[in-house]
Design a protein around this ligand. Structure first.
Ligand SMILES: Cc1cc2nc3c(=O)[nH]c(=O)nc-3n(C[C@H](O)[C@H](O)[C@H](O)COP(=O)(O)OP(=O)(O)OC[C@H]3O[C@@H](n4cnc5c(N)ncnc54)[C@H](O)[C@@H]3O)c2cc1C
Length: 500
């Protein structure tokens, strides 16, 4: 195991994509296996030393940024152990892009695709990452079947989906590999009525123990190994980036594409797979400002458009033509600018479309770093019925407040990233105030403040606005059951003062 203490060796490990500043750590450990992780954690627990877990540091909320104590990087736990019929087993430090490539090479498909492919699998489980394709396939949670976890006491826990559930008394009881019992009281809040949510610990009427650790943002344990469910690789995809001159047309198109997709899936639930009906795997939005912002990197982007939608649909040789006609009919009905839009069925061009989508958050991050500012980006999702009103509120406020911005993201799930682009301290101050208003509006409309990036350190004060004192105390109670001394992922999700 490598141990590093020099500042120049630690420097790269002290930031993530949120650009949260001020991180520091006394020691960086780069272990080779879970036994070494257990050793470090045991020592830290005995000595009351805070421990932060570092994945690939692509997170957007400062969760892996340490403020003192030990930092553990998972980068050497990078073995894919098995890829077989319907399942795969990998260590937590495997890079998502490598995993997706290997899975596809073996004829399978791992759907979670959080736009940034350099993250580690453990990081994606710890944040329950989702991204564009979760519109059809769901978030990382839907694919996690088993976890190996090192608890903050140094005990190792192996959890299989479907084996341990909370009782009617609201408690859950787990047994570690060394026969220790952990009994935890679960939070009682209800999840908002949205399709994606990563605001705080998982809660539902029937909680499977494994779901508590998915999305726990490095606060309940160190995920060291994961068994995933994988799907058969789709035969092909039809993809398009469609431009619209009128925003109402764009929104009506999205509404109908969403409805038709849900109808197809409902039919699928009742019968077998329906291959020749419209069913989007993703529906992604780019507003007018986003198209202008990206034109520098993609000069072929048409001008004077109100916005664009990126869609994809699974196809086979038999269904490709029929599905193209169905999409074309829908686009014509909603006055899309078909002549300047982009369509493809080839893997190479599809990758270009994904690069176009990925270039947006990357360009925003470059802009923020260049202007030495912190990212001010929403991750709010709202119920279907309130989406149009939320979008109007975003745009009107941004214009009234005179700030530069781009809006893009997962419109299929009513989940957009509004990125405000402050160029100096004054604008950053105004941007933060406006961000607070967006949070309040999102909550008022029954939404979640974080649909996929998590809370980390950057958004914990807004989680207070969403859930209030009582539910943060309940989250702290849950954490204390696993981490009595509160050493792991300090100040992630909620302020450490809730731990007493
Ligand atoms: C350009 C860009 C676009 C993005 N787009 C999306 C998107 O569309 N959808 C989306 O969901 N996300 C998106 N993300 C963010 C996404 O959350 C991260 O990419 C990823 O999920 C985090 O993985 P990581 O390995 O980088 O983890 P880190 O950033 O290193 O850590 C994230 C959190 O997980 C904890 N953690 C990491 N590994 C472990 C482990 N093994 N055990 C326990 N805790 C652990 C850390 O302590 C921290 O709290 C984007 C990021 C970027 C930079």
């Amino acid at each position: 195991m490598q141990v590093k203490t020099q500042l120049d060796e630690l420097q790269n490990y002290l930031v993530d994509a949120s650009n949260l500043q001020g991180g520091y750590a006394d020691k960086l450990f780069i272990p080779q296996n879970s036994a070494e992780i257990a050793e470090i954690i045991k020592e830290a627990n005995e000595k009351n030393i805070p421990v932060t877990i570092s994945g690939a540091r692509t997170g957007l909320v400062g969760g892996c940024v340490p403020f003192g104590g030990y930092l553990i990087s998972l980068e050497k736990l990078n073995q894919i152990k098995e890829i077989g019929e319907g399942k795969s087993i990998a260590q937590a430090g495997v890079i998502l892009a490598d995993f997706q490539k290997e899975t596809e090479a073996k004829g399978f498909f791992y759907p979670p695709d959080p736009t940034e492919w350099s993250c580690q699998l453990g990081g994606t489980v710890a944040t329950n990452a989702s991204g564009s394709r979760s519109f059809k396939y769901g978030s990382t949670r839907c694919y996690v079947e088993r976890l190996e976890i090192v608890l903050p006491t140094g005990d190792i826990l192996n959890l299989k989906r479907g084996e341990v559930f909370a009782g009617n008394d609201g408690f859950i009881e787990l047994t570690t590999d060394s026969d220790q019992t952990v009994r935890a009281k679960l939070p009682t809040y209800l999840q908002p009525d949205v399709r994606k949510n990563t605001s705080g610990y998982f809660s539902s009427t029937k909680v499977d123990a494994i779901d508590l650790f998915i999305g726990s943002e490095g606060t309940l344990g160190v995920i060291t190994e994961i068994e995933f469910k994988i799907l058969p690789k789709p035969k092909g995809f039809l993809s398009g980036i469609i431009f619209f001159k009128n925003e109402n047309d764009l929104l009506n198109f999205v509404n109908e594409a969403r409805e038709k997709s849900f109808e197809t899936r409902q039919t699928e639930n009742q019968k077998s797979k329906v291959e020749n009906q419209l069913d989007a795997t993703l529906l992604e939005y780019f507003d007018e400002e986003a198209l202008k912002f990206i034109k520098g990197k993609f000069p072929e982007t048409p001008e004077n458009m109100a916005g664009a939608v990126f869609f994809e649909q699974e196809t086979t040789d038999e269904t490709e033509d029929e599905l193209f006609l169905q999409w074309n009919d829908l686009l014509e009905k909603h006055n899309a600018e078909i002549d300047v839009s982009w369509f493809t069925t080839t893997e190479e061009d599809r990758q270009k479309m994904r690069d176009f989508r990925h270039a947006l958050p990357v360009s925003v991050n470059e802009f923020i770093v260049k202007h030495k500012q912190r990212k001010v980006s929403t991750d709010i999702a709202v119920p279907d019925k309130n989406f149009a009103s939320m979008l109007r509120f975003y745009k009107k406020s941004l214009k009234d407040w005179g700030l530069d911005y781009v809006i893009f993201g997962h419109i299929g799930d009513n989940h957009l990233h509004v990125n405000i682009l402050p160029k100096d301290g004054d604008e950053a101050h105004t941007a933060k105030q406006l961000y607070g208003r967006f949070i309040a509006q999102g909550i008022m409309l029954g939404g979640t403040i974080s649909a996929e990036h998590g809370i980390g350190k950057v958004k914990s004060k807004y989680l207070y606005v969403m859930y209030g004192e009582r539910y943060l105390n309940e989250m702290a109670e849950l954490k204390k059951a696993f981490d009595p001394k509160g050493i792991l992922g300090k100040n992630n999700i909620f302020d450490a003062r809730y731990l007493g």
